[in-house]
Design a protein around this ligand. Structure first.
Ligand SMILES: Nc1ncnc2c1ncn2[C@@H]1O[C@H](COP(=O)(O)OP(=O)(O)OP(=O)(O)O)[C@@H](O)[C@H]1O
Length: 280
C-alpha cells in the first residue's frame, strides 16, 4: 500500500529507448521502486549513463513507461502536462525574448498571463535576483543569470513537480556554488511547504547532499535503486554546512555507494555494517 502522503510512486518501473539505427530496444531503468512525499526535494545520483536522465524525462512524460507504475498524485504519467516543469543543463531561453517574456512564456502558452500571472512573474524576477534585468535579452546574460531565468520560467507555471537535470553543470565552479545556495533559498522561500516536489539529477554528490532532503542512489545501468539516503542536515542551509562533519560523512557515504557501482569490487560503506549514516 502507498504511504498516504506519497506524491510520486515509482514501482517496478522499466524504461528504455528504441534505436531506429540498430532496430533494438535497450533498457535504461529496470525495476526502479521508491516513493517521494509532498514537499520533498530528492536528488538522484548514480554512475554515468545509468539512466538518470531517462528517469527524469519519463517523469516529464517525454519517455514512455515500458512497464511498472510511475504515478503523480495517483495518476499514471502518460505524457507531458502543465503540472510538471523541466529545467535542463543548458538554459533553453528564447533569444528573441526579454527576461520577462521568457519567464512569461509558459503562462502565456497556458493562457494564464493575466494580472495575477504578471504579478507572479514580477515576484519571480525579484526572487531569482534579476531585478533591473527585465528588459534584457538572453545574449546579454551570463550563464548563471540564464539559469536564473530558466528556473523562474519553470516556477512561473506553479508546477506540482519541478524536474531539474544537472541545471548547474555547465557553470563555472564559483557560479555553481552560488546557484546551489540560490536554489535552496528559492525552494525555502517560494516552494517548500506548498505540497510541491522537486527531483534533481546530478553527477555531483556534494551538490546532491547540499540541496536534498533525500538522495536516491541509482545502480549502474540499467538502473535500479541502490539506496535512498536521508539528508538530516538542518535547514536553512548555506555554504557553511559543507564544512560540517555531518555533511562530510553523508558525502563520503553516498560517494561510496556510487563508487561501488562503478567499481564492483569496491565495498560500499553499508558493507561495513551501517545502513544509516550518522549525521553530526
Ligand atoms: N534517445 C536515446 N536513444 C537511445 N538510447 C538512449 C537515448 N537516451 C539515452 N539512451 C541510453 O540510455 C542509457 C541511459 O542514458 P541516460 O542519459 O538516461 O543516463 P544518465 O545516467 O543520465 O547519464 P549521464 O550521467 O552520463 O548524464 C544510456 O545507455 C544511453 O546511451
Amino acid at each position: 500500500m502507498n504511504h498516504p502522503t506519497s506524491k510520486l510512486v515509482v514501482d517496478d518501473l522499466r524504461l528504455g529507448h528504441w534505436s531506429s539505427r540498430t532496430e533494438a530496444f535497450s533498457l535504461a531503468c529496470d525495476g526502479l521502486s521508491f516513493e517521494i512525499a509532498e514537499n520533498e526535494f530528492v536528488a538522484v545520483v548514480g554512475p554515468s549513463g545509468c539512466g538518470k536522465t531517462t528517469f527524469l524525462t519519463a517523469l516529464a512524460g517525454l519517455v514512455p513507461v515500458t512497464s511498472g507504475r510511475l504515478e503523480l498524485n495517483g495518476t499514471q504519467i502518460s505524457g507531458p502536462a502543465p503540472d510538471r516543469s523541466l529545467v535542463f543543463q543548458q538554459a533553453s531561453l528564447f533569444p528573441w525574448a526579454t527576461v520577462t517574456a521568457n519567464i512569461e512564456f509558459g503562462l502565456k502558452a497556458q493562457q494564464r498571463l493575466d494580472a495575477k500571472g504578471r504579478a507572479r512573474v514580477a515576484e519571480l524576477v525579484e526572487l531569482v535576483g534579476l531585478a533591473g534585468k527585465e528588459r534584457v535579452y538572453p545574449r546579454e546574460l551570463s550563464g548563471g543569470m540564464s539559469q536564473r531565468v530558466n528556473l523562474a520560467r519553470a516556477l512561473a507555471t506553479d508546477p506540482d513537480l519541478l524536474l531539474l537535470d544537472e541545471p548547474f553543470s555547465a557553470l563555472d565552479a564559483q557560479t555553481r556554488e552560488v546557484m546551489q545556495e540560490e536554489l535552496t533559498r528559492i525552494w525555502q522561500a517560494d516552494v517548500a511547504g506548498q505540497g510541491k516536489t522537486a527531483v534533481f539529477v546530478t553527477h555531483d554528490v556534494p551538490e546532491a547532499v547540499f540541496l536534498a532532503d533525500r538522495v536516491a542512489v541509482f545502480s549502474s545501468g540499467p538502473a535500479h535503486l541502490v539506496e535512498v539516503v536521508d539528508i538530516d542536515l538542518p535547514r536553512p542551509r548555506d555554504a557553511a554546512v559543507k564544512r560540517s562533519p555531518g555533511f562530510q560523512e553523508l558525502n563520503d557515504y553516498i560517494l561510496g555507494l556510487v563508487m561501488s557501482q562503478t567499481q564492483p569490487g569496491r565495498r560500499a560503506a553499508s558493507d561495513r555494517g551501517s545502513n544509516t549514516p550518522v549525521v553530526g
